[in-house]
Design a protein around this ligand. Sequence first.
Ligand code: SF4
Length: 493
Amino acid sequence: MTAQTPRTLSKSQVLASRQCQRRLWLEVNHPELRDLDNAMLQRLREGRRLEAITHELYPGGVLIDRNTPLQEALQKTAIHLQQTPRTPLFEATFSAHQVLVRADVITQTHGERILTEIKSSTRVKPYHLIDCAIQHWVIDAAGHPVSRVLLAHIDRRFNYRGDDYAGLLRHADVTEPVAALLPQVPRWVEAGLDTLGNSTEPAISVGPHCTDPLACPFRRHCEPHGTDYPLSLLPGGGRIITQLRAEGIDDIRDIPEGRLHKALHLRVRAATISGNPFVGTAIGDALQASPYPRYYLDFETIQSAVPRWPDTHPYEQLPFQWSCHIEPAEGELEHAQFLDSSGESPMRACAQSLLDALGTAGPVFTYSPFEKTVIHRLAARFPDLAPRMDSLAERLYDLLPLIRAHYYHPAMKGSYSIKAVLPTIATELSHEALGEVHDGVGAQIAYEELIEPATCMARKASLADALRRYCALDTLAMVRIVRFFAPSPSAPG
Ligand code: SF4
């Protein structure tokens, strides 16, 4: 196909080009090859929510709607800066040297024009400075010199009281480091325009740049095809993957003996070549010794840049759901669960219901250290429940380190997530079959829609059902893992 050179690059296209020229080329020529996973969609949703709050933080500000035709947006910006420069302007639009930018906020005080970029991260990152430098360069070139550049990011210490969001953002003055980058911007732009002038896709291989500064959505397209076991499946492969690729090796099965040194890498290579799982001998004994009743616990949590309930902080992980499978005795299985769909703060009811369901004795299996963290935070939040929550935390038994040390199946493709392990020990169970909610980020997205007042009752019922099925499968998966490695005569596998 023939690439079309656009007359204008957007800021995000210049940023894409800095990460990788192939990414820019694909974004313009084949955007349909992008994989937008739930994590990326959630970042976009968070960005929109923060944007709305930001507008409240600049009283009297004027917004140029993103749907405004480009020429009209450029014109409105120019008129605003000329006639009412002291009024904050959101989505101010500028174009120069074939680059188009939309600035989050432009303000003017004491004759100084201030560019403010809003980010949902909790600190200034190097790529934020690059982002600001592109804007600064274009705005200057458009005839509106910028005096100062502020990077407004989330202040993790902010405690939402339930009234307003004053204090949510910290404004860091990044004028100097951004100015130092300005001489490089023309080169970035030129490189981007050159890439778009190419009719063929740049031949750039996957490597560390694919996740720096952010995960590239074209990864699946760029991974070497023709193998089910690319090197990227080596957990934490990093440098050795880069070295092997440079030697022309793309498949784990082609790695020569002696090239890998980490125990996990050696295990992955051996199992992938033989097609047989690795099962350590000690795993069954370790699990068999666990007494009854046995509990299998999993939480779902919500985490947001903009706190939703009083007395919560940005990015605090707050539980709204749990599932627990219970084996009261060998061969018996029960299920308990909690899901708050009220839209009110769910933490107290979550903690109380958990204590009621999990009794006072018996191991509580989890599949990560995350449940312990959540329980400790609930104990800190509700001092009256703290002694019982602390006792519960002492009963937790994390299966993940045990599985990691004693098991690997080639079908896990380098992953120890419960979703990867489950189909290798219980072929009839799979998260893939769950439909709408099949991962943690998807659960958060579903929960946000569930508690949204505008969501109709039928949709709420469907979301609640999807959430319950998802969380229940995670805890059933743990039951099956334990029974697989430590079968008992009276319990089905
Ligand atoms: S996956 Fe890597 S190589 Fe492919 S476009 Fe993205 S950054 Fe470039």
